[in-house]
Write a protein that binds this ligand. Structure first.
Ligand code: GLY
Length: 557
């Protein structure tokens, strides 16, 4: 009865199409693009493992989902292999060597958001290609040519645009006005593409072919690098040949937490995602969530109060740990969570203005997520981004790919909101070669050594809370993966002191109860929060679901 009621509420309230949910016993892939998911399954079927599939899907998304699937951006990978090894790969963009701390401040010391979001100056040194190739080299079993072949073919021969992509192109055209190469790719001589039109990307096919032929030198050196640097020089950007040659992805230890007997594995800095996810779960753990239940005043209040405290800590403590001493161990400790949540009041909200970043005595649209599991038990959780949808809207002339505007994720000035209105301090200021702080939260949950859930999401500041919801729905509310992903969500990021929710995120009357408890500005988000393309595994069957908020697709076999 509960399950039926839940599905009905979900479908009515979020105006969802039915989730694309599929099952299989050999492997599964869930992405923002049915085409890319099918590429992943084809790679698994031809004998590749999850790493091979993740690389092939990454390049396929660069063709089939240009808004965020990318080679001009960056991303994060979390792997939990069949033998229990867990590792992450940080392919986040870096600030160019010529970048400087105050580069987005005007003569009056005010932040110029246009510079950090909509110009060549907003582009960080791309990391995706180096990351995908490093993943293939270390964990893949197929050749570079084999995993790049589907993407090259897709770009060369083209594919039929669906409604979703055609609409996105039209919406973004006016913002591409100053970049002729972008207009050329995303329109028919200035006229909008329509659903059903075939979309061919010859320049991108040639770029992908160079990567297939020469590996990282096909992107970070030679013709592709020349084209990228020329684009920068034409538009007063900073990325140089020296930046491209210097770029390296970094293998890092995963953030590890436990929650009600499950192991949580997620991304460390330069993402804040894993730290905040574990921190929020730790704050929740001593409290009852399953009973009072999903959407209740008690459960919602607990989650919002955890969100506020974690995001306040993000502003103070999180940044690129290679440049700033991020107190990771303290932040993800259960003891700290108990201390941090000690002022939780079950009957009233604590105003954000009274929440300060925690400390220790004398010590310490956009982005896209995809999930892959294979028959050997390997799991890979990947979130990649150009930052804004279509990045800074600038296509590299003759190379056919969009550039990111990831520099906007740095804190442009202490105690000033950066990207997505997120506050920041010293830890996330700009420095040459530094990675800008991310919220991406690619996550794997295991139980007794078996990978049972892969999830993650786009959504800027909301990413971490989307993953928080999916994990709590899966573990506390025992939802199947389709419901765990489809159920409406809410988001609080400390500043501003407001709760944004999807319709139906609270049970009847709970919004008013939360307001009566002192939660300020409990308002409809007005749009879907997140796109959590996820997979669960019950020991026999993989269930892959693409988030019903968007036109993604899941595949299995
Ligand atoms: N650009 C969004 C993020 O990395 O959080």
């Amino acid at each position: 009865m509960y399950r039926l009621l839940f599905v009905v509420i979900t479908l009515l309230s979020v105006n969802l199409s039915i989730a694309n949910t599929v099952t299989g016993t050999h492997g599964a892939v869930s992405t923002r693009s049915q085409i890319a998911s099918d590429v992943g399954i084809a790679i698994l079927e031809q004998g590749g493992n999850a790493a091979d599939a993740a690389v092939a899907v990454g390049f396929a998304l660069a063709v089939a989902y240009p808004s965020a699937g990318n080679i001009g951006g960056g991303g994060f990978f979390v792997l939990r292999m069949a033998d229990g090894e867990v590792i992450t790969l940080d392919a986040r963009e870096t600030a160019p060597l010529a970048a400087s701390r105050d580069m987005y401040l005007d003569a009056d010391g005010e932040v110029n958001r246009r510079l950090s979001m909509s110009t060549a100056l907003s582009t960080g040194v791309p990391g995706s290609v180096a990351g995908l190739l490093a993943l293939l080299e270390r964990y893949g079993t197929l050749s570079r040519e084999q995993v790049l072949e589907p993407a090259i073919r897709l770009a060369e021969t083209g594919f039929e645009l669906n409604e979703d992509l055609a609409r996105q192109f039209t919406q973004n055209l006016r913002r591409m006005g100053s970049f002729p190469a972008s207009i050329e790719i995303f329109s028919k001589n200035g006229t909008s593409y329509l659903a059903g039109d075939r979309w061919v990307q010859s320049d991108l096919a040639a770029t992908l072919q160079r990567i297939s032929d020469s590996g990282r030198d096909g992107f970070y050196a030679g013709r592709t690098a020349d084209l990228l640097v020329a684009e920068m020089e034409r538009n007063n950007g900073l990325i140089s040949h020296a930046d491209l040659i210097a770029y390296q992805p970094v293998w890092r230890e995963a953030i590890h937490g436990t929650y009600r007997g499950y192991d949580i594995w997620s991304m460390p800095p330069a993402s804040s995602g894993g730290v905040l996810l574990v921190q929020m779960l730790n704050m929740l753990e001593p409290h009852e969530i399953a009973e009072p239940g999903w959407g209740s005043q008690q459960a919602s209040h607990l989650m919002i109060e955890a969100q506020k405290r974690a995001y306040a800590d993000r502003a103070r403590h999180l940044g690129d740990a290679d440049f700033y001493p991020v107190p990771v161990a303290q932040l993800i400790g259960k003891g700290y969570a108990g201390q941090r949540f000690a002022d939780f009041d079950p009957s009233s909200a604590k105003p954000s203005a009274d929440i300060f970043a925690g400390s220790w005595p004398d010590e310490g649209t956009q982005t896209t997520h995809y999930s892959i599991m294979d028959s050997e038990g390997n799991a890979i959780s990947v979130t990649t981004t150009l930052n804004s949808g279509y990045g800074n809207k600038m296509v590299v002339t003759d190379a056919g790919f969009l550039l990111n505007n990831e520099m906007g994720d740095f804190t442009p000035k202490v105690n000033t909101a950066g990207g997505y209105g997120l506050m920041g301090e010293e830890a996330n200021l700009i420095a040459p070669g530094k990675r800008m702080l991310s919220s991406m939260t690619p996550t794997i949950v295991s139980e007794d050594g078996v990978n049972v859930l892969i999830t993650g999401s786009p959504g800027g500041a909301t990413i971490i809370n989307t993953v928080f919801h999916v994990v709590v729905n899966f573990i506390d509310h025992r939802m199947g993966i389709a419901d765990a992903v489809a159920s409406p969500r809410f988001h609080h990021q400390w500043q501003p002191d407001s709760v944004r929710f999807e319709d139906g995120a609270f049970n009847t009357g709970v919004q008013r109860q939360l307001e009566a408890m002192g939660h300020s500005q409990v308002r409809s988000a007005g749009f879907g929060l997140g796109d959590a393309n996820s997979i669960s595994y019950d020991g026999e069957t993989f269930t892959a679901t693409s988030d019903p908020r968007n036109a993604g697709g899941a595949s299995s076999y």
